[in-house]
Design a binder for this molecule. Structure first.
Ligand SMILES: Nc1ncnc2c1ncn2[C@@H]1O[C@H](COP(=O)(O)OP(=O)(O)OP(=O)(O)O)[C@@H](O)[C@H]1O
Ligand SMILES: [Mg+2]
Length: 278
């Protein structure tokens, strides 16, 4: 599914102060892409994801799925999450503690009133994909963090969504497990071929997973591009200092021209620049 966000804004009214969590945000996400929203804490990533899911209503702007508008205050259109056929995985997996793995994965199918035989088949297939077949009878408190994570993902994909939304799904895992689950997730997305939007503040995660990344700051988009494009040609200092490990060093310099050549001066060092287009 192809997603378009058009001048999207979300204003929160709170005791602290009214403010825009997302401001004038426009974005296109191609069908089947693994798309990452990357940015520091508080920049509006979760809000953007919640707007796509229908968990928040935009203050202004438009969201379309395959050219069909799903949210537009101006046109008085708002489709509920249920009507959007999306699946979402939250940072704190939110599994049902009293249900075992099978019933947690089966839950969305029961809501859809699917018959028992089909539910069993779908749950077993999905459990197999996520290597959970031996854990179907375990309750969440008997599972490790990584296993719980996989149950949450299984529950999300079991009903074949058109759009998969993931909000920092790996942040509760230890570093090693995070790396291996990340690789599994990428493989899974390729196999399911479902458009995926993934939120993270971790640039390494973004660089390894994404077909395309949108770098966000202060409710706005700084730059959209492939990992290589952002790394090789950052559009501004924000992207340049956010991407790369260790981060890029930024110097204030003077540029000068002498005898038709250009130089930059850093401290006492003068460096000649290559030919500069005038
Ligand atoms: N329900 C709300 N009411 C008021 N302000 C909110 C609400 N939800 C989010 N905000 C504010 O909107 C801004 C963006 O929040 P959001 O949760 O989208 O950030 P984020 O990029 O997901 O951050 P993090 O990486 O910490 O999860 C923040 O300043 C936050 O305090
Ligand atoms: Mg968030």
């Amino acid at each position: 599914m192809k997603i378009a966000l058009n001048s999207l804004a979300k204003k929160f009214f709170s005791l602290r102060k009214d403010h825009y969590a997302v401001k004038n945000l426009s974005l296109e996400i191609n069908d089947k892409d693994f798309f990452v929203l990357l940015g520091p804490s508080g920049c509006g990533k979760s809000t953007t994801l919640n707007l796509m899911a229908g968990l928040e209503k935009p203050t202004s702007g438009e969201i379309s799925f395959n050219d069909k508008i799903v949210a537009s205050p101006a046109k008085k259109i708002f489709l509920s999450p249920k009507e959007r056929n999306i699946a979402m995985v939250f940072q704190n997996y939110a599994l049902y503690p009293h249900l075992n793995t099978f019933d947690n994965i089966a839950f969305p199918l029961k809501i859809l009133k699917m018959n028992k035989t089909d539910i069993k088949k779908s749950v077993e297939q999905t459990a197999d994909i996520l290597k959970l077949s031996h854990l179907l009878k375990s309750k969440p408190n008997e599972l490790s963090g990584g296993e719980r994570q996989r149950v949450a993902i299984a529950r999300a994909i079991v009903r074949k969504p058109d759009l998969f939304l993931l909000d920092e799904p790996l942040s509760n895992l230890d570093a090693r497990l995070r790396t291996s689950t990340r690789a599994e997730l990428k493989k899974l997305q390729r196999r399911l071929n479902v458009t995926t939007v993934y939120v993270t503040h971790d640039q390494v995660e973004a660089m390894t997973l994404a077909d395309k990344i949108a770098v966000m700051n202060n409710g706005k988009i700084e730059q959209v591009g492939t990992p290589d494009e952002l790394y090789d040609n950052p559009a501004n200092i924000f992207t340049a200092s956010f991407i790369g490990n260790p981060p890029m060093n930024i110097f204030k310099t003077k540029i000068m021209e002498q005898n038709n050549s250009f130089f930059i001066q850093i401290g006492n060092t003068k460096l000649k620049l290559g030919s500069v287009a005038k």
